[in-house]
Design a protein around this ligand. Structure first.
Ligand code: MEV
Length: 343
């Protein structure tokens, strides 16, 4: 019997990096889902089929238990299978197939809505945590193991920590598990759903793929060199996240936008913004966005702009016409449902 589960990606609105050090962030699950199908096998074999690999990755159970590393394309799935075995106290052969829902994006000179890009391969929108959470949920279902969302979140976060050298706050795992828009504190100390509707966001991809772990390490180095200054920055980010939470509750998007601009200033001070991110952010602000900032670890990937719907087209056009060769607008919807079994 094969069982499928899906989980959403995420966009962090405010508070990235600070959330690694015990502070809050605000994250929203996005309507771009990873789907995972799982089948228990009779033999002691693990077969992983992922879009990035032309041939399935195959290894016996013993090998998966002992491996210290896996190819990047299967890393999160392999760690999820292994962590699940540990959790249930037994191993079994399994076939896992993953796939991503396509996202609509468009760049310069392209007709709007034409290009469909595989979610997660390039944008840094949380496909690793989504694939982890969906794999765990499908494994729990196929083996009839009772696991509530708290259990899925906890195991999922351990998987991401194992796959990312211990560097993860877990907010992306929380978004994939619970969905919606969340106020989140490191390690899941607080996971509070926020009663906000869909957020009027424009997402711009810089065309540059970023390395999350590298940028987390970069902030860690800066924090070691300038402990007092960096702590002050992280505390300021935490304060603006708390203010934004209030403002979001009132749908005061103009204020949230200003807080996003402040957050971007601190992210620049932490050394994680880039020329490409800055140029798209600048273009979005000039086109009338309430505010704009990078979203995620920095170093590339995506920026976000909060907009009045009446200004959406201008902001999107400003990103498309920014002159950055790889820049594209990525269509997303926030507040997506968390992990679920698919029929
Ligand atoms: C990466 O998307 C966001 C960071 O805050 C890392 C994390 O919270 O795990 C940089």
């Amino acid at each position: 019997m094969s069982v499928s589960a899906s989980a959403p990606g995420k966009l962090v609105l405010l508070g990235e990096h600070a959330v690694v050090y015990g502070y809050p962030c605000i994250v929203s699950a996005i309507e771009a889902r990873v789907r995972v199908s799982v089948r228990v096998l009779g033999e002691d074999q693990v077969t992983l089929r992922v879009p990035g690999l032309p041939e399935p990755f195959m290894m016996n159970v013993e090998g998966v238990l002992r491996a210290s590393r896996f190819p990047p394309a299967v890393r999160f799935v392999a760690f999820a299978v292994r962590r699940f075995w540990e959790h249930v106290g037994e191993t079994f052969g399994v076939e896992v197939a993953t796939g991503g829902q396509a996202l609509v994006s468009y760049g310069r000179g392209e007709e709007r809505g034409l290009s469909q890009d595989a979610f997660g391969v390039s944008y840094g929108l949380g496909s690793s945590s989504a694939v982890t959470v969906a794999t765990l949920q499908a494994l729990a279902e196929v083996t009839r193991q009772e696991m509530d969302l708290g259990g899925i979140f906890r195991l999922g976060h351990e998987v991401v920590l194992a796959a990312q050298e211990g560097l993860s706050s877990g907010f992306d795992v929380a978004a994939a598990t619970y969905g919606g828009t969340l106020y989140y504190v490191t390690g899941g100390k607080v996971i509070e759903p926020l009663a906000v509707g869909e957020l009027p966001l424009v997402v711009g991809y810089t065309g540059v793929k970023a390395d999350t772990t590298e940028y987390i390490k970069r902030v860690a180095r800066r924090r070691q060199k300038f402990p007092l200054l960096v702590e002050t920055i992280l505390e300021s980010i935490a304060a603006l996240v708390d203010e934004a939470k209030e403002a979001l509750g009132r749908e005061d998007f103009a204020r949230v936008g200003r807080l996003m601009n402040l957050n971007q200033g601190w992210l620049q001070a932490l050394g994680v913004s880039t020329e490409e991110l800055d140029s798209l952010i600048h273009a979005a602000r000039l086109a009338g966005a309430y505010g704009a900032k990078l979203s995620g670890a920095g170093g590339g990937d995506c920026m976000i702009a909060l907009v009045d719907e009446a200004r959406r087209s201008e902001v999107e056009r400003a990103i498309e016409e920014s002159g950055l060769p790889g820049a594209r607008v990525v269509r997303i919807r926030t507040g997506a449902e968390g992990v679920r079994i698919e029929g």
